[in-house]
Design a protein around this ligand. Structure first.
Ligand code: T3D
Length: 265
């Protein structure tokens, strides 16, 4: 691979993935999305990885789709491109992989997150943002609808009224307002974002991550279930976890008054 559009570092059990096109505010190209997908697949397959942390290089998290990428940019002569192809082949595999990772995924939003850049962050399990970061559903300003999961995520996170306001106006929401609305988890001082996010990722990596991943799955599935079905789904998942190593270890460590060592993945 000639260009490292995703920088990859391993810190303990945490795999750090840094979006790396700072000159274009980490706007996504097809090549970059391909590398992100590969990096996520590699992390998913590597048993030493127990948490993934995603952030951006430079002053932005991601400005969304690179509007100059020849894969999507309409030619000056007016020849249209099928943007759906880009979504089907590049965005959807990444969005689905993020949501089905066998480890928790943390986003550290270090600056502006626009369009697909915002929704990629919002698809992660825990979203921290720097005080100076902002979130915008930039799609409406260029004649598109929210994609990369935006139509699914936004109403679930903030309710229909706010979701529509964000999607229709496309205005930038400050990180503090995003946290107050429940769009993201927490705001952190700019200078402390990376250390705070890494500490959180390390903490998650030391937890029973199989249970954390099943928790994500159960919450997502419960949105489609009635109450009784959700109760039964919880029982089925709990039954599986009850036979797993981590449950035995967690209970034994509690009774022995020692720190647990979780291993399941
Ligand atoms: O198309 C499909 O495949 C379908 C999928 C769509 C998914 C999407 O994400 S659609 C939405 C695409 N994103 C946008 O529309 C956002 C466009 N960018 C902006 O609105 C602003 O740049 C920001 C609000 C994100 C940041 O503003 P600001 O003032 O901090 O920075 P800037 O000066 O506008 O940008 C700095 C540079 O980054 C600039 O380049 P230059 O002049 O220094 O050479 C700018 O052109 C470049 N840049 C920013 N966003 C993009 C971009 N280059 C390409 N594509 C971008 N999205």
């Amino acid at each position: 691979m000639s260009e490292h559009l995703i920088q990859i570092e391993q810190r303990g059990a945490v795999r750090l993935l840094r979006l790396n096109r700072p000159e274009a505010l980490n706007a996504f190209t097809a090549a970059m999305l391909g590398q992100l997908r590969q990096a996520l697949e590699a992390a998913a397959l590597d048993g030493t990885v127990r948490c993934v942390l995603i952030t951006g290089a430079g002053r932005a998290f991601s400005a969304g789709q690179d509007l100059a990428d020849p894969h999507v940019a309409p030619s000056r002569e007016g020849a249209p491109k099928d943007i759906g192809y880009m979504l089907d082949h590049y965005y959807i595999p990444v969005a689905l992989r993020l949501r089905s990772m066998p480890v928790p995924v943390v986003a550290a939003v270090n600056g502006v997150a626009a369009g697909a850049g915002a929704n990629m962050a919002l698809g992660c399990d825990v979203v921290l943002a720097a005080e100076s970061a902002g979130f915008l559903q930039a799609f409406s300003k260029i004649g598109l609808i929210p994609d990369c999961g935006g139509t699914w995520l936004l109403p679930r996170l903030v309710g229909r009224a706010k979701a529509l306001e964000m999607a229709l106006l496309g205005d930038k929401l400050k990180a503090a307002d995003a946290a107050a609305l429940g769009l993201i988890s927490r705001v952190v001082a700019d200078a402390e974002l990376q250390d705070t996010a890494m500490a959180l990722a390390q903490k998650l990596a030391g937890m029973p991550i199989r249970a954390l991943v099943e928790t994500r799955r159960a919450l997502d599935e419960a949105l489609k279930l009635d109450y009784e079905s959700a109760l039964k789904r919880e029982a089925a998942l709990q039954s599986q976890l009850g036979f797993a190593y981590d449950y035995n270890e967690g209970v034994a460590a509690f009774l022995d008054k020692r720190q647990p060592e979780f291993k399941d993945r």
